[in-house]
Design a protein around this ligand. Structure first.
Ligand code: HEC
Ligand code: HEC
Ligand code: HEC
Length: 350
């Protein structure tokens, strides 16, 4: 029935806007939770305490957040939140999320002092104990140990690899194409020190953990790309061929946002890159390149000039040959076109 399918598409498009591509995610995480032996079968006391908490139920936290594989996918999974956020941080966050992260989709619930105390308490208890030293001392190469740490710290709460995880931070499916081990080690040491406004927490990792995690994430060279593609096909169907949104999806799959920012506003610094040690903004690039030129650009690497002859190598715009297809580059162009600022009208007097 065409009317029904239109409605359905509209419905999925709406979800898509609420958070980029969570459509198939909730079902797959439920499957993981029930099938995988990783997660304990018994719901722990802390989890039950959260799920049954009156405020949590009344405010519908689980429409956006998940726990034990159940719930929404708009926000980070909360299973390990007590492990990565201090009570102070949680309190500041709940008082006004927008003060901590500008433009966040989490509402300001205007909690009373008593509600704040109660929520900080139930959230702080959400942690699964594990011993990183045991993982590091165990068998396996550094990347395999890194993968175990990645799961234990629940980095999937915010990051996606293949078809697993969330969209709060950049997609890591192609991380190894874009970032070096050195860069990663620097980042993981203390993300807020590297980029003060970042939402990524400081996990207080030891040098051994950093070594293993950096080995794991940089080993992600698109091995799980076909998994993403398969999953994205459904989304493309529901998007009803909206080139801008499809382009944004590819922009994020390859982690262009990991350097150029979510909407091309530029992201991290690029130490020792001329002229300004900054990643370039992409907001105006569609004005100076056409589709074919962008595709060409992406098919070879571009290393910026060094600012100083000594010091570290700046990061390059990666060579995407064999990764980004011509079609995907075309859609990315449509996305870049959509983020270009509208031409200003001449204003009298102003
Ligand atoms: C409309 C969706 C939505 C609702 C409802 C919501 N949140 Fe959130 N929450 C988010 C998003 C999105 C983020 C991540 C910040 C971002 O990306 O903007 C977040 C982040 C958080 C964080 C930080 C998580 C981390 O990993 O650091 C906590 C804690 C949190 N929310 C608790 C709650 C609680 C408790 C409730 C219910 C009282 C709630 N949220 C309701 C969307 C929501
Ligand atoms: C609460 C959400 C959250 C959690 C949990 C989280 N991250 Fe992040 N991460 C982010 C965000 C957001 C960014 C993007 C940084 C920015 O631009 O501010 C990021 C950036 C990164 C990057 C760089 C990405 C790129 O595109 O170059 C890596 C690598 C990374 N995180 C690894 C990890 C690892 C490993 C863990 C677990 C130990 C982890 N993250 C846990 C939110 C999170
Ligand atoms: C590791 C960081 C990094 C990633 C990831 C990255 N880029 Fe770049 N990009 C750069 C750097 C650095 C430059 C500047 C290169 C130079 O100076 O020659 C650049 C330049 C560009 C330019 C030219 C900008 C201009 O004003 O001329 C375009 C277009 C571009 N990138 C698109 C992309 C797209 C699309 C993606 C994702 C498929 C992407 N980049 C991923 C670092 C990155």
């Amino acid at each position: 029935m065409p009317v029904f399918s239109r409605l359905k598409r509209f419905y999925y498009y709406y979800i898509f806007l609420a958070s980029l591509l969570p459509v198939a995610c909730s079902t797959s995480s439920v499957r993981q939770a029930t099938a995988g032996g990783e997660r304990e079968a018994a719901v722990s006391v802390a989890v039950a305490g959260f799920i049954n908490n009156g405020i949590v139920q009344q405010k519908g936290c689980l429409t956006c957040h998940s726990i034990g594989g159940k719930g929404g996918t708009v926000g980070p999974g909360l299973d390990q939140v007590g492990n990565r956020r201090s009570a102070d941080w949680l309190r500041r966050w709940l008082i006004n999320p927008n003060d901590v992260k500008n433009g966040t989709r989490m509402p300001n619930f205007q909690f009373s002092e008593q509600e704040l105390n109660e929520l900080v308490d139930v959230l702080s208890r959400l942690k699964k104990e594990f011993d990183p030293q045991m993982i590091l001392a165990g068998s396996g190469n550094p990347a395999e140990k890194g993968e175990q740490l990645f799961k234990s710290y629940d980095c999937f709460a915010c990051h996606r690899i293949g078809s697993k995880g969330r969209f709060i931070g950049p997609n890591l499916t192609w991380l190894g194409r874009r970032k070096s081990v050195e860069w990663e080690k620097n980042w993981l040491k203390n993300p807020p020190a590297y980029k003060p406004d970042t939402f990524m927490p400081d996990f207080g990792l030891t040098p051994g953990e950093i070594e293993a995690l950096a080995a794991f994430v940089t080993s992600q060279q698109g091995q799980r790309n076909s998994e993403v593609k398969k999953w994205e096909e459904n989304v493309i169907f529901f998007l009803d061929s909206r080139p801008r949104e499809i382009g944004e999806m590819f922009y994020r799959r390859f982690g262009c946002d990991g350097c150029h920012g979510r909407r091309g506003e530029s992201g991290y610094r690029n130490p020792n890159a001329a002229p300004k040690e900054q990643m370039p903004r992409l907001t105006r690039v569609a004005r100076k390149m056409d589709k074919a030129q962008l595709t060409d650009w992406l098919m070879s690497g571009h290393r910026p000039q060094r600012l100083a002859t000594e010091g570290s190598e700046p990061l390059s715009c990666p060579d995407w040959k064999g990764a980004v297809t011509g079609d995907e580059a075309g859609y990315i162009y449509d996305f870049l076109l959509s983020i270009a600022p509208k031409k200003k009208r001449f204003k009298f007097g102003g």
